[in-house]
Design a protein around this ligand. Structure first.
Ligand SMILES: [Fe+2]
Length: 296
């Protein structure tokens, strides 16, 4: 049953796990301020919204996403959808040729390994991103679902003494971490310099007052802990966030759009046949405007 409504729009909390489903809106059309307010209120409350049966051009996805703020840019033209620098192709298909990418290409391998682990998009940025939108374009018949996990629920499940310990911790997020962990060759020094690592509090607070764990696959260490100690703690927290009541599994259909809080919601792509099937999602990401606040 709908629990938030605006004329024509309903936002219904999912019955199991996290998030809400939005119906009665055509995102290809300009949103009235009333419709936008209903969606924004649903997003503030549920942190993950699912819109099905949409039919969006790249431009229309950009226009919808920009209602929530400035969008991040993706500098490499081969990653951009239709030349839009704010739309990232999340795919195993080469843009130019339309062919499936070689699975052993280090860049593609690193991307696949990174996105198939729990992660937070761009968590290595100094100003973490507020929200990401993924839109389904080409979907494999089997596999390639996306899992989402709300870390505010994982935080709530922690014993109080452990929460207090985590409040003081600072996590280093580094884009190179996936390559290092899987023994892939590093990116060039010049490219690395363009994406330096960033330090963030392990625990932060969202606008709705909920406390979140800022972790994921770019987490490369915790100040004051050895690498192994840090990795063990991050793995333990990620496992906690993997519980059924913290998660949602989205089975993609072409035309689905999933919008999620990119600070308290981690995500990961589930395996699919990278060699024989094609998968293309378009991602837009709303930039963050301030550093994460520390709690406690
Ligand atoms: Fe991602």
């Amino acid at each position: 049953m709908a629990d938030l409504t605006s004329p024509g729009i309903s936002v219904s909390r999912r019955e199991d796990g996290i998030g809400a489903e939005v119906s009665g809106v055509n995102l290809s059309l300009p949103l009235s301020s009333e419709a936008f307010a209903a969606i924004n209120e649903g997003f503030e409350r549920y942190r993950l919204l699912v819109f099905c049966k949409q039919d969006l051009s790249v431009k229309q996805q950009v226009e919808f996403s920009e209602r929530f703020g400035r969008l991040e840019k993706f500098p490499d033209p081969k990653d951009q959808a239709e030349g839009y620098e704010t739309v990232l192709r999340v795919s195993n298909i080469e843009r130019e040729s339309g062919n499936i990418k070689p699975v052993d290409d280090p860049g593609h391998k690193s991307f696949t390994l990174g996105t198939s682990s729990w992660h937070i998009d761009s968590s290595f940025r100094t100003l973490p991103s507020r929200a990401s939108m993924l839109y389904g374009k080409e979907i494999p018949a089997a596999g390639g679902d996306t899992m989402f996990a709300d870390t505010t629920r994982a935080y709530d499940a922690l014993p109080e003494n452990q929460r207090a310990e985590l409040h003081g911790m600072t996590v280093i997020h580094d884009f190179e971490e996936t390559r290092r962990r899987h023994n892939l060759p590093p990116r060039s020094a010049e490219v690395q310099a363009a994406t330096p690592s960033a330090r963030h509090p392990l625990v932060t607070e969202r606008e709705n007052g909920r406390r979140a764990l800022f972790i994921g696959s770019h987490a490369a260490g915790i100040d004051g802990l050895t690498y192994d100690e840090a990795r063990a703690l991050i793995d333990e927290l990620e496992a906690l966030a993997n519980a059924p009541d913290c998660t949602y599994r989205h089975k993609w259909h072409s035309g689905d759009l999933v919008m999620f809080d990119n600070i308290c919601v981690m995500h990961q792509a589930l395996p699919y046949d990278l060699v024989n099937t094609r998968r293309l999602l378009h991602r837009t990401t709303v930039a963050g405007e301030k550093p994460l606040a520390r709690v406690g």
